[in-house]
Design a protein around this ligand. Structure first.
Ligand SMILES: Nc1ncnc2c1ncn2[C@@H]1O[C@H](COP(=O)(O)OP(=O)(O)OP(=O)(O)O)[C@@H](O)[C@H]1O
Ligand SMILES: [Mg+2]
Length: 324
């Protein structure tokens, strides 16, 4: 088994509000190995972006890491101060932010924006940075003279390629892509996914791919983690989980995703909506929506337990003893 590049252990991240703390990430643990393409899935508001922003240590002002570890190559990122974190952020771990392609600066040419990203992190001349920007654009499948374009001159897919080029600017080992294809049409989505996959293999990157779209993960990832209301409910190999989802929430999500092959499966969504994370329900956070909920589910929180196969974990009273 290859070594862990990033190990997140018992991470808790809360947002402080007037009314109390939003428990956006509540005791989450997972491991990314070198070369993994790790999909993080779950409905809107379940804490996916919060996990990503915590790893980058770019949480908004009211967000705080309450406890836990995020060990990247032996270094616990939680303990690093801003100056130490700057040596890792963008250079070792980088991120394509949710909605980033629409946040490109409209008044600057894309070449200057990529060059700026390089100049902020590395001591190189402006000329060299611009040269690198051209190479990066070629690497993401755009002509090098795209450096002279303004964002509004580019299509959505092209802008997303620019944003990916920016994330690659300082040769990271791990890239976090937060909903990288959500705003794009299906054909462009497929092109961007193919690009991410090719780049990952070519540059020997590890990838955390965040999406609510399970078909995207099935295309690109070897591992999947399913998140619900701030908790991970199932983690394992994509093949195993797609063939035989164990957690009722995963089963619901997989049912709700239309099959790509053959006639379209009917979309069956899970009734109800995720709970308010200011006051999450006791016991299993999914029990109010779970078709198999038992008495114990209302009272006791199930913890992730490894089921039959190594590396496949599920947090549900239907499986295992519900203990760590
Ligand atoms: N700055 C903030 N202050 C307070 N609550 C926040 C803040 N940012 C996020 N939240 C809350 O934290 C929870 C997790 O949000 P997060 O953005 O991580 O979810 P997500 O899974 O990325 O959702 P989406 O799929 O919509 O992007 C949600 O309940 C959200 O409302
Ligand atoms: Mg998000």
């Amino acid at each position: 088994m290859s070594e862990a590049l990033l190990e997140v252990n018992n991470l808790k991240v809360y947002y402080d509000m007037m009314q109390g703390s939003v428990k956006a990430v509540d005791d989450v643990s997972f491991k990314i190995r070198r070369g993994d393409a790790f999909g993080l899935a779950g409905e809107s508001g379940c804490g996916k972006t919060t996990v990503a922003l915590s790893i980058m240590k770019l949480l908004p002002k009211n967000g705080r890491i309450v406890s836990g570890e995020m060990v990247f190559e032996g270094i616990d990122l939680v303990k690093l101060n801003e100056e130490e974190m700057r040596k890792i952020r963008w250079k070792r771990i980088s991120m394509v932010f949710q909605g980033a392609m629409n946040a490109l600066n409209p008044v600057h040419k894309v070449g200057d924006q990529i060059a700026e990203a390089i100049l902020t992190h590395e001591k190189v001349t402006e000329e060299d940075a611009l040269e690198r920007a051209k190479k990066l654009l070629e690497m993401v499948g755009l002509p090098s003279d795209t450096v002279n374009n303004y964002p509004h001159e580019l299509s959505g897919g092209m802008k997303q390629r620019v944003v990916i080029a920016m994330a690659l600017a300082c040769n990271p080992d791990l890239i976090i892509a937060d909903e990288p294809t959500t705003a794009l049409d299906v054909i462009v989505q497929a092109q961007i996914l193919k690009l991410l996959d090719e780049l990952r293999k070519k540059l020997n990157l590890s990838l955390i791919l965040i999406t609510h779209d399970l078909s995207v993960i099935s295309e690109l990832c070897n591992k999947i983690a399913i998140m619900y209301a701030g908790k991970l409910v199932e983690i394992g190999d994509v093949k195993d989980i797609y063939t035989n989802p164990m957690h009722p929430y995963t089963q619901g999500l997989i049912n709700a995703f239309p099959s790509i092959e053959g006639p379209k499966k009917k979309l069956i969504s899970i009734p109800g909506s995720p709970p308010d994370l200011l006051n999450p329900p006791s016991g299993c956070r999914f029990h109010l929506r779970c078709p198999h909920a038992m008495d114990i589910c209302k009272r006791e929180e199930p913890h992730l337990v490894e089921i039959d196969k190594k590396g496949w974990y599920v947090a549900c009273h239907l499986h295992g003893r519900g203990e760590k």
